[in-house]
Design a protein around this ligand. Structure first.
Ligand SMILES: Nc1nc2c(ncn2[C@@H]2O[C@H](COP(=O)(O)OP(=O)(O)OP(=O)(O)O)[C@@H](O)[C@H]2O)c(=O)[nH]1
Ligand SMILES: [Mg+2]
Length: 392
């Protein structure tokens, strides 16, 4: 009989919220991996079922800085299963006192700007100086392909070999709080595990920049010269979120052009409102391949931002504000889910939609009807609800 193991977090049916599929192992397994020594005629490699960890196991392992426990705790947070949500929330609550000490930096930019290469160069420098660096990715998964945009480009080969580095590709969205919650909680786990610098990479599409901006202290916008400038220029909104604009790939023939681009961005930035109070957002150049400009950017710009921000209280204000806005974004998300999954709303939605489209019902009245329908049956149920947020 073929031994197969289906993890308990896999939904019974394929769900469009579930961004990956569980596959059989490779025939004979991978060299050096569990099952590598099995008979190659077997259909699939046996998967060794790991012991379930208790909340105490998770908390102790994380605080000790154990990478395996940290990885498993992140998987727990990423899980869309309600049972995992309960355990994960208990773990988060217990590790909270150990969080908040890291330097949180977000990095955004168009695909191919060199964000991962930059993070690798910076991460290696920081590890060499004795820092412990965690790299996370926030990637709006494509609902069409169910895949992620950053894909496996977050590999960062040299950095991933450093014992002081922890690299975690992005979680997928889905139910129970979605991407923002998962990313924030992952960041907290890494802090509790002793990582003093957290670098968060995100692709400049959709809402992901705002998500990352809302969870980091310093936000870096990586751009490149030449083709695509018009596109990047259109992203004025991102420039208003940035604490520094970095013109990457300032090497070889591109160096001069990068200097010109830097001056151009410098001019634009003068007219924009800086993202952080009492801080001037400026443009800088670097080469992530040669490493030129990276130590200066870190030591003279980013570190200055942190020392200044700690002294004048701007950073602690930002963190307080971020925590509160996190609470309310979860409230909104949860209300949204409750409404759209409410059986009474689902029961009357089609009829109301048809009436609106046919001009029989004004949109404002439709809103009132839908909300009234929801409130009538759902609010009372909420208290005895089985939802993870229900009052017990
Ligand atoms: N010459 C030069 N090439 C660079 C530099 N930084 C990155 N590259 C190259 O640019 C390409 C894209 O780099 P990535 O680091 O994958 O870019 P990214 O912004 O992380 O891309 P996505 O994750 O797809 O959004 C790679 O081929 C890198 O080798 C640089 O400073 N100089
Ligand atoms: Mg990348």
């Amino acid at each position: 009989m073929t031994e197969t193991y289906k993890p308990e977090w896999v939904p019974e049916k394929d769900d469009d919220k579930f961004a990956c599929r569980v596959m059989y192992g490779v025939k004979g397994g991978h060299e050096g991996m569990p099952g590598s020594n099995v008979d190659s005629s077997r259909k699939s490699a046996p998967v060794i079922k790991r012991n379930k960890l208790t909340v105490d196991d998770y908390v102790d392992g994380i605080i000790k800085g154990d990478r395996m426990t940290l990885s498993r705790a992140i998987t727990l947070i990423e899980s869309n299963a309600a049972a995992h949500f309960y355990i994960a929330q208990q773990v988060i609550q217990r590790i909270l006192p150990y969080t908040g000490k890291a330097t949180r930096v977000g990095i955004t930019g168009v695909p191919g700007a060199g964000k991962s290469t930059f993070i690798e160069a910076l991460g290696n420098k920081l590890c060499a100086e004795g820092h412990r660096v965690a790299v996370l990715a926030v990637d709006p998964s494509s609902t069409v392909t169910k895949g992620s945009i950053l894909g496996d480009k977050t590999r960062m080969e040299t950095l991933s070999r450093q014992k002081n580095a922890f690299i975690r590709p992005s979680p997928s969205g889905g139910t129970l709080g979605g991407l923002t919650r998962k990313s924030r909680e992952t960041l907290l786990l890494c802090e509790a595990a002793g990582y003093d610098t957290i670098l968060v990479e995100t692709v400049g599409v959709g809402q992901s920049e705002t998500t990352v901006r809302s969870m980091v202290d310093f936000f870096l916008y990586v751009v490149i010269t030449g083709a695509g400038d018009e596109l990047q220029g259109m992203k004025k909104g991102v420039m208003e979120l940035a604490d520094a604009v970095l013109i990457n790939k300032a090497d070889g023939d591109n160096k001069r052009k990068a200097m010109v681009t830097r001056a151009e961005y410098g001019r634009i930035l003068q007219f924009l409102r800086p993202a952080t109070e009492k801080w001037e957002t400026r443009a800088y150049t670097c080469s992530s391949v040669t490493g030129a400009g990276i130590p200066e950017l870190w030591n003279e710009v980013i570190m200055k931002f942190f020392s200044q921000g700690k002294e004048n209280g701007v950073l602690s204000e930002r963190r307080k504000h971020q925590t509160l806005s996190w609470v309310y974004s979860m409230v909104e998300e949860h209300l949204h889910n409750l409404f759209y999954r409410s059986p009474s709303v689902l029961a009357c939605k089609d009829k109301i939609e048809t009436d609106v489209v046919e001009g029989k019902l004004p949109p404002t009245l439709a809103v009132q009807k839908l909300i009234a329908e929801y409130a009538k049956t759902e609010i009372g149920d909420y208290v005895k609800d089985t939802s993870p947020f229900a009052i017990k």
